[in-house]
Design a protein around this ligand. Structure first.
Ligand code: C2E
Ligand code: CA
Ligand code: CA
Length: 647
């Protein structure tokens, strides 16, 4: 009887047995309503035969009531679909209980009547076999609901047992004992079946829930809690499937600008918190029915059904404003900026892949166009892409075909007005496209890796030109981060110097802060190796990046070039003046020269000199010119004899 106790406790804590398991068990009561009908028909037919053979009136009445109950039960079972949620589990159970109990008791009572009225051996056997058979059969069938199973079994057996005792002869007493033993035996079997049934259903439930959880986990980004790439794909398909025909959907691709610097300078934990905060803001600001996902690294995607293009513009501008709001982390104020690319379905892409490509292209244009801005896709971008591919193909050939040339722009001593060095700036004279600016093809060269070949060629060319200048004039060459990381980079530069016969101390390499973003070790080794040989380094475009003083401290820079946006351009003012002053002051302390770039007017020259810059460069002095003109500038300044050594 231990099992019975188990079952009783399991019933009292039925709320812990999940409601769905319980419902599944109750549903087993309603499976195969056909068997219910056949059973009922058999009972009714047997009773009718018993009544007819024995001519006991009470049996006719029993037959009629049995029919009424059976019809009511079958109608109820058919009219009530247990798969639908409209009827509660308890209701389903109760309705079944009422029908089952009354039917069982009546069948037992009819058998008891045949015994008490001594209907004859054949009739009694027919009805008792019917009743006991029904009781045991139904008990097994309804094991999913032990209360009902036991109830039916006992209700069908008790009247027969009572009648057997009433007669009291030995065979009837034996019948009494047989049925008495049958009840606990059936109960034990039923409980066993119930336990197995319940456990397997709840195990299936648990594993289904677990699978669901795993799937959700696989679609979630751990750092931000947003959907990840897989989650985004899933949500995109769902959104597109459920969207009414003609529904427009906007895809906003967000890329945080210079996020790597945050990670490098403030550490990954801070970086993660910034990402989490950005994610939080994106969720806040995005429409309710949209998907917000982190698409790896510092990229996010918002995928939102919209009414029209106007609404997508509104969403994008809200996202942008929200991200630009300063973030506070442990008292520090961080300004995060982001570039956004937006594309609209179906105009800019009829399927998810094309839509993503369009948004990616728009994002690319936002980044190239100076970052911290939003771009909407338009077809001209595809044309630009084609142009980039062309450039990439032609760039390789251009080096061989001598279409590339170096121009030289003087860097002038602001005190004496003398040329101290020239910056080599590459020019491409394309036979069909005309003159191409480095801003247009250097990024392509970087992306395609052509920059390594191109860079070696530039250094060799610049070294050769400088070898013809007076000893005190140096040449500055711009280096891409990628060039530095190429194997044997330092050796290549030393070879170029040797071949040209230029002393390493006359070469200056201009690097930007982005050089230090990626591989610190290789970059450090490169700078160290060349510095030892006497090559100098200048930090270019200072003020446009994170402007970390850390790099200046770590690496042996001889020069800092203040970006031209501080000298000329729309943002020049008291603030930029103060920055130049601070940088110049630092230069004096650390014995570094400060170059002001982009000097176009005499006023600017005065201003930067007054602020403490020692060197200047810009259209005010000269544009970048071919090598023979550079030599001429030197000749003008120093007289023809000193200007060139080899002429
Ligand atoms: P950068 O290193 O900052 O070079 C200075 C740029 O400013 C040059 O543009 C120059 O022509 C321009 N500039 C000089 N003075 C003035 C001025 O007074 N006003 C204005 N508005 N601009 C002035 P350029 O030659 O188009 O070069 C653009 C960028 O392309 C360079 O910026 C550099 O980052 C890259 N670049 C140029 N040549 C090379 C190269 O040989 N190798 C590599 N890796 N990059 C290069
Ligand atoms: Ca430069
Ligand atoms: Ca520069």
């Amino acid at each position: 009887m231990i099992r019975l106790r188990d079952w009783i406790t399991s019933r009292t804590r039925s709320d812990t047995l999940s409601e769905r398991v319980k419902r599944t068990l109750v549903q087993t009561l309603y499976t195969q309503p056909g068997s219910l009908a056949i059973g009922a028909f058999n009972g009714i037919a047997s009773t009718a035969i018993a009544a007819w053979v024995s001519e006991i009136r009470l049996l006719y009445a029993g037959c009629i009531i049995l029919t009424v109950i059976a019809v009511a039960r079958v109608t109820a079972a058919l009219g009530m679909s247990p798969d639908e949620d409209k009827t509660s589990t308890r209701q389903l159970e109760l309705i079944y209980e009422i029908g089952a109990f009354s039917y069982a008791f009546l069948l037992g009572a009819i058998s008891a009547i045949t015994v008490v009225y001594e209907a004859g051996a054949a009739v009694e056997v027919l009805m008792i076999a019917n009743a006991v058979g029904y009781g045991t059969g139904i008990c097994a069938r309804n094991a999913g609901s032990p209360t009902i199973a036991f109830g039916q079994l006992t209700l069908v057996c008790l009247p027969i047992m009572g009648a057997a005792l009433w007669i009291g002869s030995l065979p009837y007493l034996a019948l009494f004992v047989t049925i008495l033993l049958l009840i606990p035996a059936m109960m034990s079997i039923t409980l066993k079946v119930f336990t197995v049934l319940r456990d397997s259903i709840s195990a299936a439930e648990t594993s289904a829930k677990l699978a669901e959880k795993m799937q959700a986990l696989a679609r979630t980004d751990v750092v931000t809690g947003l959907a990840n790439r897989a989650g985004l794909n899933h949500e995109m398909v769902e959104t597109m499937m459920s969207a009414p025909p003609g529904q427009q959907i906007a895809l906003v691709w967000i890329d945080l600008d210079r996020f790597k610097e945050v990670n490098d300078l403030l550490g990954h934990p801070v970086g993660d918190r910034v990402l989490a905060e950005v994610a939080h803001r994106l969720q806040d600001v995005s429409p309710e029915n949209s998907t917000v996902a982190r698409f790896g690294g510092d990229e996010f995607i918002v995928f939102a059904p919209v009414a029209d293009r106007k609404e997508s513009e509104k969403i994008a501008s809200e996202i942008h404003a929200e991200i630009m709001r300063p973030i506070r982390i442990e008292g520090d104020r961080l300004e995060v900026r982001a570039s956004l690319g937006v594309a609209l379905m179906p105009d800019d892409g009829k399927d998810a892949d094309t839509l993503m490509q369009s948004a990616d292209l728009a994002l690319y244009h936002a980044k190239v166009g100076g970052r911290a801005q939003t771009r909407f896709f338009d077809v001209s971008m595809t044309r630009d892409l084609v142009r980039r591919r062309e450039i990439e193909d032609e760039l390789r050939a251009a080096i061989q075909r001598d279409e590339l040339t170096l121009f030289y722009q003087p860097i002038v001593d602001l005190e004496s007005g003398h040329i101290r060095s020239f910056e080599a700036l590459v020019r491409w004279f394309h036979p069909e496209k005309g003159e191409l600016r480095p801003d247009e093809f250097i990024p392509v060269a970087e992306e395609s890796g052509v920059i390594v070949t191109l860079g070696n060629w530039i250094t060799a060319q610049a070294a050769r030109a400088a070898a013809k200048w007076p000893e005190d004039v140096t040449v500055a060459v711009n280096l891409s981060p990628l060039q530095i990381r190429a194997p044997g980079a330092a050796l290549g530069i030393l070879n170029a110097l040797r071949e040209a016969g230029l002393h390493p101390s006359r070469l200056e390499l201009e690097v930007t802060e982005s050089t230090f973003m990626e591989d610190n070790h290789a970059t450090a080794a490169f700078i160290e190796e060349l510095s030892e040989k006497g090559v100098r380094f200048a930090l270019d475009d200072f003020g446009t990046g994170y402007s970390s003083l850390g790099y200046i401290n770590t690496f042996p820079f001889k020069k800092i070039k203040v970006d031209r946006s501080f000298v000329s351009g729309p943002n020049v003012g008291r603030k930029s003046d103060a920055i130049i002053r601070a940088v110049a002051e630092m230069g004096t302390t650390l014995e570094m020269e400060i170059v002001a770039e982009g000097l176009e007017t005499i006023d600017q020259v005065h201003a930067v000199r007054e602020a403490g810059c020692t060197l200047g460069q810009g259209y005010y002095f000269s544009r970048a010119v071919p090598d023979y003109l550079a030599a001429m500038l030197l000749a003008q300044e120093r007289g023809p004899d000193v200007a060139t050594r080899s002429a």
